[in-house]
Design a protein around this ligand. Structure first.
Ligand code: PGA
Length: 235
């Protein structure tokens, strides 16, 4: 199982080193779970070399160029970063990310030897109007067309209405969405959206849930390591 902590725009470099050492101490003995941290770009180097897998939160689709504010796969690899999240719903919502740009980012990162967590998920309006499967189909197919069933590709199913809201998908809703995604693209699928120590077990024990992408709860060492322990106990 893979448990990834998406820190979003939290934690300076100084906060990162102590946090990662404490986390590593708590998860070092766990078997059957890979623990990934995804700090902001500026804290990546502080997270590296502490026994954890380190991913960035975004990556560009070209090797270099006039792209102010962007970072290329080679720049991440140069630091020692192993992978990147692409297409998080906050990037889609606030930064104009589209299915096309997400697919391009995923494809190029994989080509350049990075691992990728590509995020998909429906909004509350889309779920309520019965369009969940249509939205997932379009989003997943874009990534599938660009990248295929690549060994280093993981999808994260993150219903937008569950992110940072304290409202989680029920285990049945998660299982249904994960099975739907896997029928299109047979890669591991993480669940994301208000995963906490209290709900981790029921979500992670679903047959098609292969791990979690954790936001808020990944900022707290005790909460995040508790989720990692749950994952290890289930694998
Ligand atoms: P959350 O965020 O766990 O705070 O809901 C999940 C995510 O955005 O990846």
């Amino acid at each position: 199982m893979l448990i990834a902590g998406n820190w979003k725009m939290f934690k300076t470099g100084r906060e990162t080193s102590g946090f990662c050492d404490a986390l590593q101490e708590q998860v070092a003995e766990l078997e059957g779970v890979e623990v990934v941290v995804c700090p902001p770009f500026t804290s990546l180097s502080e997270a590296l070399g502490r026994g954890l897998t380190v991913f960035a939160q975004n990556v560009h689709w070209d090797p270099e160029g006039a792209y102010t504010g962007e970072v290329s796969p080679a720049m991440l690899r140069d630091l020692g970063v192993q992978g990147a999240i692409v297409g998080h719903s906050e990037r889609r919502l606030y930064f104009g990310e589209t299915d096309m740009s997400v697919a391009r980012r995923a494809r190029f990162a994989l080509d350049e030897g990075l691992r990728v967590i590509a995020c998909v998920g429906e909004t509350v309006e889309q779920r309520e109007s019965g369009d969940t499967e249509l939205v997932l189909k379009v989003q997943v197919e874009a990534v599938a067309f660009a990248a295929g069933e690549h060994d280093d590709l993981v999808i994260a199913y993150e219903p937008v209405w569950a992110i940072g809201t304290g409202r989680t998908a029920t285990p049945e809703q998660a299982q249904e969405a994960h099975a739907f995604v896997k029928a299109m693209l047979d890669v591991p699928v993480l669940y994301g959206g208000s995963v906490k120590p209290e709900n981790a077990e029921e979500l992670l024990s679903q047959p098609d849930v292969d791990g979690a992408l954790v936001g808020g709860a990944s900022l707290d060492v005790d909460m995040f390591s508790a989720i990692c322990r749950t994952a290890a106990s289930l694998s």
